[in-house]
Write a protein that binds this ligand. Sequence first.
Ligand code: GLU
Length: 503
Amino acid sequence: MEQKIRVRFAPSPTGGLHLGGVRTALFNYLFARKHNGTFILRVEDTDQTRFVEGAEAYINACLRWCGIEPDESPLKGGPHAPYRQSERKPNYRAFAEQLVDEGYAYYAFDTPEELDARRKETANFQYGQATRLSLRNSLVLTPHEVSQLLQDGVPHVVRIKVPEGENVYFNDMIRGDVNFDTSIVDDKVLLKADGMPTYHLAVVVDDKAMEISHVFRGEEWLPSAPVHILLWKYLGWEASMPQWAHLPLILKPDGNGKLSKRDGDRLGFPVYAMNWTDPKAGTLTEGFRERGFLPEAFVNMLAMLGWNDGTDRELFSLTELIEAFDPDRISKAGAKFDFEKAKWFNHEWIKSLDAKALAPLVKPALEAEGIMVNYETYLEQVLTLIKERCTLLPDFVAQAAYFFRQPQEYDVAAVKGKWNTDKSVFFKNYADNFTGEGDAAAAEGAFKSLAETSGFKPGELMLPLRVMLVGGKFGPGVFDIALLLGADEVKNRITTALEVINA
Ligand code: GLU
């Protein structure tokens, strides 16, 4: 029987969603879709000190924006609900106790003050093989003392007892053979004094309960893998352990270390998927969406950070990514983030979307600038004409504005140097004769012949015409603009501009 593919994205709701987190979600999603599997969102909120109001709703919104919606989640429910770990609290203690009973874990009664004192005494103090016998835990205390402390309700945690001198081995889908010597692994807390599991216990218990078949997660979790693997073994579940795939880091543009939100602030680009307002500090961090990225481009760009299909191809829709995705082609090496490249993806996607798809994205931005769009078809014609020139969505405002209102300023200097009365007469004449009919080539032909019969080289009149219609030296083909504006508007604009230039 073919294995059921079940993968999960398991974020902790602690703030904005970093693009690396979205990539993790994406790779899980692609793998699930490719194999007709199930993509689960599990919210890992057991660390209540790091819980941030609104972060879960924000994660849902980001996934929705990217088009990578989970099949099972806190919102959607599913056969393994609840999908929020804080609501699964009663599920974990029994496993921690089972581990203690079987000698794979122990109770530790050290107070935070005692541990602090040890940390001060010993540089790089680790609770583990070298130190555990000199601390206050059930490995050292007598069974009677331990039951007394438990009975008295003395605060305690449960820690894994990492074995000495063993090698923890696993095969990572991306990294191949991975080995850890247990001497470097510390005795991680599994159950906290408040009865909540730590991430380490909860992740294993829930991956088992939710029948997770493959774990795609960031490389920063690699050092935790030996603890998880020991737990799978100690809980007697080794046969159903998921396959591991630790995704390469997303690096700063210069390749020196992991890309952080601070790098974005420093270098002026977003790192979060969408705008995030920290509810305590009230600070707003800009997201890719609000910077003017299309979700198609954002997702496409993320997929290429550490993955390729084996060819030079870079442009993929989500459906094409599902088709092409193969974890064997995820690279081990970190992927440098390049904002210019991210913009390139967006430009390519803007060019490939048709005006109907772009219109609802651009219209609100225009309206926010006080530009009212009354005719959808007109907007669509404008978008078709200018989309090549737009890299980010806000670029459409500058590029489209003059199609909806007269230029507010004219680059008179660009025209004035070679200006004379004859040119003024020519344009007055042109305005009177411009019909607004035919296509751009015909309009250009008519303009040129009028220029020639009036004794001008057409080339010297093109720039003034552009300035009169749009205000400056920008925009697509000037006759395309003129035809879209229509005869009346062209006449108006030339008349107004002549007054300004001749003033
Ligand atoms: N809760 C962890 C995180 O915040 C999940 C790590 C994992 O996927 O195992 O990223």
